[in-house]
Design a protein around this ligand. Structure first.
Ligand code: PLP
Length: 359
């Protein structure tokens, strides 16, 4: 297996637990029956609880990567009569802009930098919008937006609020009721620490009302909602990943619930950041999520070289950036089956790499 004996700090796929890996090693069962419907219902119930979703919310399970969740939400819930305010602070925000363009949804590309939008009310373009779209954690740079502020702004302006929570669910707080969120997109391979291939779209009642007839067979939400009533999907789901999801949600509950999962991620992130302060690396943004740390070398070294050397010389995987950022920053994920001892593998590798003694 490639990279099997590597320490994993990439922001998706992330380090998976032994319990979840063991399920992946088993025979995939047949699924058009009550036993599997029960699995689907358990997954739906668990996710809705962890998101504090409003009563009557539903979950759609797509066998696809996260981008399909983003695109299908725009396709099913927005029309050419909408005007979407798309927060664009990096690659994933840019992807929502591209999706709106592709589906001819009127939108404003709201480019942001160096702000978590706590003051969105003053920063937002002074126009009227019908919806607000954000990637709660802009994973391309490791930047977390203020969902409380965005939710208040959405409520005050009666905006339909779509949140891509893919890279912050179970590591950073999100609350659909408190933050007036109408739709949430989640994917298997980030904080949920499952293999890639399963994406969940969570629809609050306000979103359910907005679901329309669309020109797509595979991404037709009405079809998923209809099948979902009996715990099924229109087409073959990622059966094994759903079994892993069911187990993972139970694992989170067993370990103290989603609050505890967030606390743990916060502790691990703080541990990493504190322990590397003597090194010539500085945080890229002031608004870091618990999920990830983005670092800039301060000694003139190229970020991409550090990523390569960690991989080749220490068997440690961190994540490079592309384009003009490839020399400037690299990313370290704290998502998944993390512990301080596991994080030490990276910290110790970095100290050795710089020829420095860890205090
Ligand atoms: C990973 C990620 C996605 C999904 O990307 P896919 O490669 O399509 O799975 C979407 N949004 C954010 C914020 C992400 O971090």
């Amino acid at each position: 297996m490639i990279y099997e004996d590597f320490a994993i700090f990439t922001p998706g796929p992330v380090k998976m637990s032994e319990e979840i890996l063991a399920i992946g090693a088993k025979q995939t069962p047949y699924f058009r029956n009550d036993k599997f419907s029960e699995v689907t219902f358990n997954c739906e119930k668990g996710l809705l609880k962890m998101l504090n979703a409003p009563k009557g919310s539903k979950v759609i399970f797509l066998t696809a990567s996260g981008t399909a969740g983003m695109e299908s939400v725009v396709m099913n819930l927005l029309t050419d009569e909408d005007k979407a305010l798309v927060i664009n602070g990096g690659g994933f925000g840019g992807r929502f802009v591209d999706i709106c363009k592709t589906h001819k949804i009127p939108h404003t590309d709201f480019k942001v930098q160096h702000t978590n939008l706590s003051d969105i009310a003053t920063l937002a373009p002074n126009e009227s919008f019908t919806s607000l779209i954000v990637n709660a954690h802009e994973t391309s740079v490791g930047h977390l937006y203020d969902l409380n502020a965005l939710g208040s702004y959405a409520k005050k302006n009666d905006l339909f609020f779509i949140v891509d929570a893919i890279s912050m669910f179970v590591t950073d707080p999100i609350d659909m009721c408190a933050q007036n969120i109408d739709t949430v997109i989640i994917s298997s391979q980030k904080g949920l620490a499952l293999p890639p291939g399963l994406t969940m779209v969570v629809l609050a009642p306000r979103a359910l009302e907005k679901v329309q007839d669309i020109n797509s067979l595979y991404f037709n939400f009405k079809d998923y909602l209809h099948n979902g009533e009996r715990g099924q999907t229109p087409y073959t789901p990622a059966v094994t990943i759903m079994l892993q999801l069911e187990a993972r949600l139970m694992q989170i509950e067993r370990d103290g619930g989603v609050k505890q999962s967030i606390t743990l991620a916060k502790e691990i992130a703080a541990y990493f950041r504190e322990n590397i302060t003597p090194l010539p690396l500085k945080p890229y943004t002031a608004y870091m999520p618990n999920a990830m740390t983005t670092l800039t070398p301060t000694d003139g070294k190229s970020a991409i070289d550090i990523v390569r050397d960690l991989e080749n010389d220490y068997k440690v995987m961190v994540c490079p950036n592309g384009g003009d950022q490839r020399d400037m920053i690299f990313r370290v994920s704290h998502m998944g089956a993390m512990s301080k001892a596991y994080t030490d593998l990276l910290i110790d590798a970095l100290y050795d790499y710089y020829g420095m003694q860890r205090a």
